[in-house]
Design a protein. Structure first.
Length: 90
């Protein structure tokens, strides 16, 4: 719907909006790697939010989602998200 679309003049201003609207100071955000290196700086400065990398390739497979029978958010992805979530809590 039209009232659910957000337009931003760039990624940095969108990160400011996300940091202020979605997070409380001291929160963490899970970000799949690789990601734009400035996210660490931007989230930290804009909303006192810490980025926590999520490594979906931790098992060493460089192409984990090329198998058409593999669920993109199946157990391997759940495990990577849970591991990053636990790091975010500490």
């Amino acid at each position: 719907a039209a009232d659910e679309i957000v337009v931003s003049p760039g990624v940095a201003s969108l990160l400011v909006q996300l940091s202020l609207l979605l997070f409380n100071p001291g929160d963490s955000v899970l970000v799949p790697i690789p990601y734009y290196p400035a996210f660490d700086h931007d989230f930290s400065n804009f909303g006192d939010v810490t980025t926590v990398p999520v490594d979906f390739l931790a098992d060493g497979d460089p192409h984990p989602n090329l198998d058409p029978d593999l669920e993109p958010f199946g157990r391997p992805c759940e495990a990577a998200l849970e591991k990053a979530f636990q790091r975010a809590l500490h």
